[in-house]
Design a protein. Structure first.
Length: 298
C-alpha cells in the first residue's frame, strides 16, 4: 500500500507553510498528499447542522481545508491531493493519521488556541509519540528557501538545493535516521552535512592539548566508520563531515544555519504519557528556523 505524505492543517500560517512543504515533498517522492483538518466541533450524525452556533464555525473550519486544497491544486497540478475533515481532537487525529503516513508534516507554531497543533505540552506529547518521521515547518517557509540564492543573492527555486544536515550520534543506534537523511539528500541531489558534537567529559578535569586532540581524532574516526556503509548505499550523495566541540544542542543550532533541512533522531517512547522529545530535539524545535525532521528510532 502506498503511504501518503500527510499534512495537518489548523488554519495558522505555519500549517499552511507545512502543507506547501508537504506538497513539494510528495512530488519529490512520487507520493500522494493527504490534507487533514481536525475539529471536534463537527456535528454528530443527526445533529441540527442548521443552527447558527454550529453553521458559522463549521463554515470557517471547512474553509481552512478547502482554501488550502484550492491553493495547492493550483500550485502543483501534477500532484494528487486528498483532503478530509475529521471529528477528533488534533492530538489523537495526528497520531491516527501518522499510522498510515510515509511522514507527517505540521506547522511548528499553531494558532496557540484550541485546534493549534503545536499549542502547548499536549501537542508536544503528540509529536513525541508519533511512530513515523515528523517534519515541523515554520511560518513563511517557501520553495525558494530550500534552494541556494541565485548569482545576485536573491531567493530562487531554480537553483540547486541547500545541504541536508543530520545530527549524528556515534554512540547509539541511528540507522533509521541516517537512511532518511541520505534519501532526502539523494532526492534533492544535495550534499549531506553530517554534524557530530564531541566534548571532553567533565570528569577528566582540564584536559591537555594532547588529550583533546586524541578525543577529537577518535570522534572523527567513529563518524567516518559510521558513515562508510551509507556512502556505499547512496554513492551519488556527497557527504561532508562536520565535527564541533560542544554540547549537541548548542552545536546543532549553529550548524543548521544555511541548511535546507535538518534531520535529527528521536528515541521512541513506549509510555502513554509525557511530552519528552529529548533535550536536543526540544532545543532544535525552539531555535532552528528551517524545517526539522524528527525520525523515531529504538
Amino acid at each position: 500500500m502506498t503511504r501518503p505524505v500527510v499534512a495537518g492543517l489548523d488554519g495558522s500560517k505555519a500549517s499552511l507553510a507545512a502543507a506547501d512543504w508537504a506538497a513539494r515533498e510528495a512530488l519529490r517522492r512520487g507520493l500522494p498528499l493527504r490534507l487533514v483538518h481536525a475539529w471536534e466541533g463537527l456535528p454528530d450524525d443527526g445533529a441540527d447542522a442548521d443552527l447558527p452556533e454550529i453553521r458559522v464555525p463549521q463554515y470557517r473550519a471547512r474553509r481552512v481545508l478547502c482554501g488550502a486544497l484550492e491553493l495547492l491544486n493550483e500550485r502543483y497540478p501534477r500532484l494528487y491531493i486528498a483532503a478530509e475533515q475529521v471529528r477528533k481532537q488534533p492530538g489523537p487525529a495526528l497520531l491516527a493519521e501518522a499510522e498510515s503516513a510515509e511522514l507527517l508534516v505540521i506547522g511548528s507554531q499553531g494558532t496557540g488556541g484550541v485546534g493549534g497543533f503545536m499549542s502547548g505540552s499536549v501537542a508536544m506529547a503528540t509529536v513525541a509519540h508519533v511512530d513515523r518521521p515528523v517534519v515541523l515547518v515554520r511560518a513563511g517557509e517557501t520553495a525558494a528557501d530550500e534552494h541556494l540564492p541565485d548569482g545576485s543573492g536573491k531567493a530562487s527555486a531554480d537553483t540547486p538545493y541547500r545541504d541536508v544536515a543530520i545530527a549524528v550520534d556515534t554512540g547509539g543506534p541511528c540507522d533509521d535516521v541516517l537512511d532518511f537523511a541520505f534519501r532526502e539528500a539523494e532526492l534533492r541531489k544535495a550534499p549531506l552535512r553530517a554534524v557530530h558534537a564531541w566534548h571532553v567529559p567533565l570528569t577528566r578535569g582540564v584536559p591537555s592539548v594532547e588529550e583533546r586532540t586524541r578525543i577529537r581524532e577518535e570522534a572523527e574516526r567513529e563518524l567516518v566508520e559510521l558513515l562508510e556503509p551509507w556512502r556505499a548505499k547512496y554513492p551519488g550523495v556527497v557527504v561532508r563531515e562536520n565535527l564541533h566541540e560542544g554540547r549537541a544542542a548548542h552545536v546543532l543550532v549553529r550548524a543548521a544555519g544555511g541548511a535546507g533541512l535538518l534531520v535529527v533522531g528521536r528515541r521512541r517512547r513506549r509510555a502513554e504519557v509525557g511530552s519528552h522529545t529529548g533535550p536536543v530535539a526540544h532545543a532544535l524545535l525552539h531555535h532552528v528556523h528551517r524545517p526539522v525532521v524528527l525520525v523515531p528510532h529504538d
